[in-house]
Design a protein around this ligand. Structure first.
Ligand code: NAP
Length: 322
C-alpha cells in the first residue's frame, strides 16, 4: 500500500473534529487533525454550557463553559494519540484511494480517509455601518465583548437560539437589552424564547428590521424599520450584537453533495457523496446544531471512517494475493 502520513485526516477541531479525533485515535488509527485557529470552534464562546449531558454548571468543579469542555476534549484526543497542527487547508484531492491535503504553507499530507468538520461561520447582515463599526460596538460574540457594555443600551439581532442565549447573557451585564427580530415569532427553542420574553431586562421588538448602524467613532444609534407599518425610526444605543445564523465552511470540498443552504449532505454513517470523505458537526445538513450533536456525529464519522479504511486496506491485501 502507498505510504501515507495518517490513516485519518480530520479538517477542523470543534466538538465534532475533537470527538472524531479521540474516537479515531482510540480505534488505533493514525489521526492527524488540521485546524487553522485554536481548537474548540464556536463552542469556545459558550459562556455557560448548560445543556451538555452530564455537565451541570451549578455543580462545584463541573465543566461550566464551552471553553473548558472543548479544552478537555482537545487534551483527551491528544492523550489517545491524535496529532494536531495549526494550518490553513487550501485544497483536498483524491487520487485512487489516497487523499492529499494541501496547506497554505505549501506542505501536503496524505491520508486514507477524511472527516470534514470545518463548522460554520457567523452570517453578516451586510448593512451600512456593520463593517465600519465592527469591533467598535458591532460584535458577534457576547462573551468576548459584552463586558465592554455594562449598563449600556445593547441591541441583539436575530430570533434563533444564539440570539436568545446571548440576549440572556447580556441581560446580566445591562438592564437595557433590546432584541430585534424580523418576524413575529422566535425560531429558537421554546424554553429559550420564554426565558427571553420573561426577562425584565430584555425588550423584544418583533417584526422589526435593522437597516443601518450609525455613529462617529463608535456605535451611537441604529436605524430600524417596523416591517408591519413600513415606518423607519432611529434609536440611540451603544452596541449591536448580531446573531443572524451561520454559513457552512465547505470551500475545501467543492464537489461533495450539499443541500440548498450549502450544508454537506451525508447518510446516517456520516458518509458524503465522495467515498472516503465523511462529515460531522455544524457543516453537515442537520436540523439541530448543538455541541452534543456535533460530538455524536464526530464519533459516528470516526467509526465509519475506520470501517472504510479497514475495507480498502482489506481489498488491497486481497488484491495482492496471487
Ligand atoms: P439560526 O437558528 O439560523 O437563526 C438565525 C436567526 O437570524 C433567525 O431568527 C433568522 O430569522 C435571523 N436572520 C437570518 N438572516 C437575517 C438577516 N439578514 N437579518 C435579520 N435577521 C436574520 O442561527 P443561530 O441562532 O445562530 O443558531 C445556529 C445553530 O446553532 C442552530 O441550529 C441552533 O439550534 C444552534 N444553537 C443552539 C444553542 C443552544 O442550544 N443553546 C445556542 C446557539 C446556537 P428568521 O427566523 O426570520 O429566519
Amino acid at each position: 500500500m502507498v505510504k501515507t502520513d495518517a490513516d485519518l485526516i480530520i479538517l477542523g477541531a470543534g466538538p465534532a473534529g475533537l470527538t472524531a479525533a479521540q474516537y479515531g485515535a482510540r480505534a488505533n488509527m493514525r489521526v492527524l487533525v488540521i485546524e487553522e485557529l485554536t481548537p474548540g470552534g464556536q463552542a469556545l464562546f459558550i459562556g455557560v454550557l448548560e445543556n451538555y449531558p452530564g455537565y451541570m454548571p451549578s455543580t462545584p468543579g463541573a465543566v461550566k463553559s464551552g471553553f473548558e469542555l472543548v479544552n478537555n476534549m482537545y487534551q483527551q484526543a491528544q492523550t489517545f494519540g491524535a496529532v494536531f497542527i495549526t494550518e490553513t487547508v487550501q485544497s483536498l484531492q483524491k487520487e485512487g484511494d489516497i487523499f492529499t491535503v494541501c496547506l497554505a504553507s505549501g506542505k501536503t499530507f496524505r491520508g486514507l480517509a477524511v472527516i470534514v468538520a470545518t463548522g460554520a461561520q457567523h452570517r453578516l447582515l451586510d448593512i451600512p455601518g456593520e463593517e465600519t463599526f465592527s469591533g467598535r460596538g458591532v460584535s458577534y460574540c457576547a462573551n468576548c465583548d459584552g463586558p465592554f457594555f455594562k449598563e449600556k443600551k445593547i441591541f441583539v439581532i436575530g430570533g434563533g437560539d444564539a440570539a436568545c442565549d446571548e440576549a440572556q447573557f447580556l441581560s446580566r451585564l445591562s438592564s437595557q437589552v433590546v432584541l430585534i427580530h424580523r418576524r413575529d415569532r422566535f425560531r429558537s427553542q421554546k424554553a429559550l424564547a420564554e426565558r427571553v420574553l420573561r426577562n425584565p431586562h430584555i425588550t423584544v421588538c418583533f417584526n422589526t428590521r435593522l437597516l443601518e448602524i450609525r455613529g462617529v467613532q463608535k456605535v451611537s444609534s441604529v436605524l430600524l424599520e417596523n416591517i408591519l407599518t413600513g415606518e423607519h425610526y432611529e434609536e440611540a444605543g451603544d452596541a449591536v450584537f448580531i446573531y443572524a445564523g451561520a454559513i457552512p465552511q465547505t470551500s475545501v470540498v467543492p464537489d461533495v453533495q450539499k443541500d440548498a443552504s450549502g450544508y454537506i449532505i451525508t447518510d446516517q454513517e456520516m458518509a458524503t457523496s465522495i467515498p472516503g470523505i465523511f462529515c460531522a458537526g455544524d457543516v453537515r445538513a442537520c436540523p439541530f446544531r448543538q455541541v452534543v450533536v456535533a460530538a455524536g456525529e464526530g464519533a459516528v464519522a470516526a467509526h465509519s471512517a475506520a470501517a472504510y479504511i479497514d475495507r480498502i486496506k482489506g481489498e488491497e491485501a486481497l488484491g495482492a494475493i496471487p
